[in-house]
Design a protein. Structure first.
Ligand SMILES: [Zn+2]
Length: 169
């Protein structure tokens, strides 16, 4: 089911999401809704808080060579911890909660995370490229952080102005 996405500057996006302790049908439904919503809005990643569920769950699906986001290719990351990171890369990011705005953000080039899947099974993942960027962006969401917070003061001001203007239209 496609659910409404919370938009900046909704205060709920600023809160730290809670650890998931129950791996039941409801969690499965939430994860399915996250994927449906993300694909509909043409995103590559989404955090549960963005559809109003403040729990530590992330769904990522990098489009394949045909530009498709098949359900079987999705990666579900629950209660993640980053245990290693290296390098640095400037990446032009966007966010489903801040549509039609992109700006460069400095990120780690490679990350490794430990997490659990929807069944509560322990997993780990090493990532680079877009997947590594998406993981960092989405983990930030779990901690109530949005990518615009990385912008310089000048760029942030420019963004706020453009954002207000675009909301009025
Ligand atoms: Zn985002």
């Amino acid at each position: 089911m496609i659910r409404p996405v919370l938009l900046y500057p909704d205060k709920r996006l600023r809160k730290r999401s809670a650890e998931i302790t129950r791996f039941d049908e409801k969690l499965g439904e939430l994860l399915d809704d996250m994927h449906d919503t993300m694909v509909e809005k043409k995103g590559v990643g989404i955090a549960a808080v963005q559809i109003g569920a403040p729990v530590r769950a992330i769904t990522i699906n990098i489009p394949d060579e045909n530009g498709e986001q098949l359900r079987e290719n999705r990666i579900e990351i629950i209660n993640p911890t980053m245990f290693s990171c290296s390098g640095g890369v400037l990446w032009s990011e966007g966010c489903l909660s801040i549509p039609e705005f992109n700006e460069d953000v400095m990120r780690f080039e490679k990350v490794a995370i430990a997490f659990v899947d929807r069944n509560g099974e322990e997993r780990s993942l090493e990532a680079q490229g877009l997947l590594a960027i998406a993981i960092q962006h989405e983990i930030d969401h779990l901690n109530g952080k949005l990518f615009v917070e990385y912008l310089s003061l000048l760029k942030r001001k420019k963004f706020e102005k453009e954002w207000k203007k675009s909301r009025k239209n």
